[in-house]
Design a binder for this molecule. Structure first.
Ligand code: PLP
Ligand code: COI
Length: 341
C-alpha cells in the first residue's frame, strides 16, 4: 500500500503510478505486451493522432472490496466499446482478450495504488489508442499504439454524491447528429471544452447537451449520460449522438431488478417539468444527482432536488451499484472480474 497518498481527499486527477502497459500494432498485427515505468511515449511529429485526431479511449475502474478482493467493473463492455470506437475511426480494433490481459496486468502491477476499502476512492483505468503512422495526407494510419495507464481517483464532481446545478446552452454542440458522439473519441472532448469552461465559470458543474439536429431532445450531460425519474419510471435519452454509457446500462438493469419500468427514448426539454429526480451517470461521475437545470437561452429554471438532497431512487441505484462494485451486494449479473493478486 502506498502510504504517501491521502486516499480520502483524492479528487478526479492524475496521480503518477509505477507502471503502464503498451502494445503496438505493426505489419497488420498486434505485438507483445510491454511494461513501461515511463509516463512518456515517443511519437513521430507527423503521427495521425496528432494531426487528424485518430485517438480513442476508455475509462473503467478497479475497486478494493470489503472482503479485500479487487474487482474490475464490466471490463468486457469497455473492450467492446473501444473496438467500436476503433472501427468508427478506421483504427485497428483491439482484440477483447488482449484488452482483458492488459487491464489485469496493469492493475496487478500497480496494486499498491488501489485505494483501501472505505475511502470512497478507486483505481481509474484509462486505456487509449493512437494512430502512429507519419502521414500528412488525411488517411488512416497503418500503425497504432494501445496504452493503459491507471490513477487512483476520488469523486469526479467535487460535491461527490450531492446534487449540483447544470445548464443547457443552445449555442454549443458537442458532436454532429450522425458524427462521432457514439464513440469515445478524444476530439469530442476537445469540442466540449469551451461550453464546459463557460458553464463552470457560471457556477454549473456540467452542460446538458441537446440533440444537435433539432435542439429539442436531451442528449447527455458533460462526460456522462443523463437519466431521470418520472412517474416512478427510469427514463434516459435514446440518441445517435451520445456515448452508450456502461454505468447507465447497469442502472437500467438495476432499476428493472428493483421492479421499475425503464424507458430509453427521446426526452423533450419540456419534460423536465415533470421529473422528480435526475442524475448524470458515468464511470467517473457514478451517479451525480442534479439539483437544478437552467436553460440559459430561455431563462427557464427546472428545480429538481427541492430540498437539496439526492432523491430516494437515485440513492438506491447509487448504493446498489457501489455495493456490487465493492463486493457488499451479490453480483448476480457477473459484472465484476476479480483480480487474482
Ligand atoms: N458520456 C460521455 C460523453 C462520457 O465521456 C462518459 C464517460 O465515460 C459517459 C457518457 C459514461 O459512460 P460510462 O458509464 O461507460 O463510463
Ligand atoms: C469516464 O467516466 O470514464 C470518463 O471517461 C469521463 C471523463 C473523465 C472523460
Amino acid at each position: 500500500m502506498n502510504n504517501d497518498i491521502d486516499w480520502g481527499s483524492l479528487g478526479f486527477g492524475y496521480v503518477p503510478t509505477d507502471y503502464n502497459v503498451r502494445c503496438y500494432f505493426r505489419d497488420g498485427k498486434w505485438g507483445e505486451i510491454e511494461v513501461s515505468s515511463s509516463p512518456y511515449m515517443e511519437m513521430h511529429i507527423a503521427a495521425t493522432a496528432l494531426h487528424y485526431g485518430q485517438e480513442i479511449f476508455e475509462g473503467l475502474k478497479a475497486f478494493r472490496g470489503k472482503d479485500g478482493k479487487v474487482r474490475i467493473f464490466r471490463l468486457e463492455e469497455n473492450a467492446r466499446r473501444i473496438a467500436d470506437s476503433a472501427r468508427g475511426l478506421l483504427m485497428a480494433p483491439i482484440p477483447e482478450d488482449l484488452f482483458r490481459e492488459m487491464v489485469l496486468k496493469v492493475v496487478k502491477l500497480n496494486e499498491r495504488f488501489i485505494p483501501p476499502y472505505g475511502t470512497g476512492a478507486s483505481l481509474y483505468i484509462r486505456p487509449f489508442e493512437v494512430g502512429m503512422t507519419a502521414q500528412v495526407g488525411v488517411k488512416p494510419a497503418k500503425e497504432y499504439c494501445f496504452v493503459i495507464l491507471v490513477s487512483p481517483v476520488g469523486p469526479y464532481f467535487k460535491e461527490g454524491f450531492r446534487p449540483t446545478k447544470i445548464c443547457i446552452m443552445r449555442e454549443y454542440d458537442r458532436v454532429a447528429p450522425k458524427g462521432t458522439g457514439r464513440w469515445k473519441v478524444g476530439g469530442n472532448y476537445a469540442a466540449s471544452l469551451a461550453s464546459g469552461e463557460r458553464a463552470h465559470e457560471m457556477g454549473y458543474s456540467a452542460v446538458l447537451f441537446l440533440d444537435p439536429r433539432e435542439k429539442k431532445y436531451l442528449d447527455e450531460c458533460g462526460p456522462a449520460n443523463f437519466f431521470a425519474i418520472k412517474d416512478g419510471k427510469y427514463i434516459t435519452p435514446a440518441s445517435d449522438s451520445i456515448l452508450p454509457s456502461i454505468t447507465n446500462k447497469s442502472f437500467m438493469q438495476i432499476a428493472r431488478d428493483l421492479g421499475m419500468e425503464v424507458e430509453q427514448r427521446h426526452i423533450t426539454v419540456d419534460e423536465l417539468e415533470e421529473v422528480t429526480e435526475a442524475a448524470a451517470a458515468g464511470t467517473a461521475a457514478v451517479a451525480s444527482p442534479i439539483a437544478e437545470i437552467d436553460d440559459i437561452d430561455t431563462g427557464k429554471k427546472y428545480v429538481i432536488a427541492r430540498d437539496g438532497n439526492p432523491g430516494p431512487v437515485t440513492t438506491q441505484l447509487y448504493n446498489t451499484l457501489r455495493g456490487i462494485q465493492y463486493g457488499e451486494i451479490e453480483d448476480t449479473h457477473n459484472w465484476c472480474t476479480i483480480v487474482d493478486l
